[in-house]
Design a protein. Structure first.
Length: 277
C-alpha cells in the first residue's frame, strides 16, 4: 500500500503563521481602532494594556500601535507578494530563454544575472531605491530586480538538468516548439521547486522591505510600516522598549511563517514525488 504523505510540522506552523498575518491584513480593511497616522500628543507613550482604547499602547506621537501594526501588514504583504510575483515571472522568462537558447544570448543573460547576484540583497535594494525613488513603488521595483536573478538561475539550472531526459529528447525529435516544450514538459517538472522558492522569496522580500523602511529608504512617514516603526522606536528604546516589541514580533512571525511554509511545501511535494516512483 502507498503511504499517505502527511503535512509536516513546518508546513502546519507555516500555514498557521501566514494565515494569521493574512487575517490581520484583511481585518485592517474593515476594522481599525484609530487612524494609524493621526497624532494625539496628549496620549503619547501610553504603555500596553494601561488603556483599553490603546491595547498595545501609543508611540511618541500618540499614534495607536495596534492600528499601525494592522495597517503595516498591508504594506508588508503588498510589497512582498507583488515584488516576488513580478520577479518570479521575469526571472522564469529570462531563465527559460537562457536555458533553451544557446550562444551569445544565453551567456549574456546569465552573466547579467550573476552580476546582480554578486551584490548583497539589501545593498542592491538600497542603491536601486536611491535611483528609483523612496516609497512603496520604489521598494517594489528595487525588490523585484533583486528577486529576478534568483528565479532565473533556478530555472536555468533545472532546464539543463531536464533537457537530458529521454522524454524531452523524444519531444524534440517530433519537432515540438520551444514554447510548447517549456509549458508541457519543463514547467510541470519545475513546479515544485518554483512554488517553494516563491514562498521563500516572499520572506526575503519582506526582510528587504522592512530593512529599507528602517533605514529611511522605504515607506515614508507618516505612513505605517513595521520597519519604520522599529526605526522610530530607537530613540526611546531604553525608556519605552514596548515600542519595538510589537513590530519586531510581527516581522519575525511573518518571515518565519513564509520560510516554514516554503520548507514544508518542499518536503511535502518531494515526498509525493518519491511516492510515485
Amino acid at each position: 500500500m502507498r503511504k499517505k504523505n502527511k503535512p509536516g510540522l513546518s508546513l502546519i506552523l507555516g500555514i498557521i503563521l501566514v494565515a494569521f498575518v493574512v487575517i490581520i491584513c484583511l481585518v485592517s480593511f474593515v476594522y481599525m481602532p484609530h487612524n494609524p497616522t493621526e497624532m494625539a500628543t496628549e496620549v503619547k507613550f501610553l504603555k500596553p494594556w494601561k488603556n483599553y482604547d490603546y491595547i498595545l499602547g501609543t508611540d511618541n506621537f500618540g499614534r495607536d500601535i495596534l492600528s499601525r501594526i494592522l495597517c503595516g501588514s498591508r504594506t508588508v504583504l503588498l510589497v512582498g507578494v507583488v515584488s516576488t510575483g513580478f520577479g518570479a515571472v521575469i526571472g522564469i522568462v529570462l531563465g527559460a530563454a537562457a536555458g533553451m537558447g544557446k550562444g551569445v544570448i544565453s551567456s549574456f543573460i546569465m552573466r547579467c544575472m550573476d552580476g546582480v547576484l554578486s551584490f548583497p540583497g539589501i545593498l542592491l535594494a538600497m542603491m536601486l531605491v536611491t535611483v528609483i525613488g523612496r516609497g512603496e513603488k520604489g521598494s517594489i521595483v528595487a525588490i523585484t530586480i533583486f528577486i529576478v536573478p534568483i528565479f532565473a538561475r533556478l530555472v536555468y539550472s533545472m532546464i539543463l538538468d531536464i533537457e537530458s531526459m529521454l522524454f524531452v529528447k523524444a519531444a524534440k525529435s517530433y519537432g515540438i516548439t520551444n514554447k510548447r516544450l517549456f509549458i508541457k514538459h519543463y514547467m510541470p517538472m519545475m513546479a515544485t521547486r518554483l512554488i517553494t522558492q516563491f514562498s521563500s522569496c516572499i520572506a526575503q522580500a519582506i526582510m528587504v522591505e522592512t530593512s529599507l523602511s528602517f533605514l529611511g529608504l522605504g515607506i515614508q512617514p507618516p505612513n505605517a510600516s513595521w520597519g519604520l516603526m522599529l526605526n522610530e522606536s530607537r530613540k526611546y528604546f531604553l525608556m519605552y522598549p514596548y515600542l519595538a516589541v510589537a513590530p519586531g514580533i510581527a516581522i519575525v512571525l511573518t518571515v518565519l511563517g513564509f520560510n516554514l511554509l516554503g520548507d514544508g511545501l518542499n518536503d511535502l511535494l518531494e515526498n509525493k514525488k518519491g511516492g510515485r516512483k
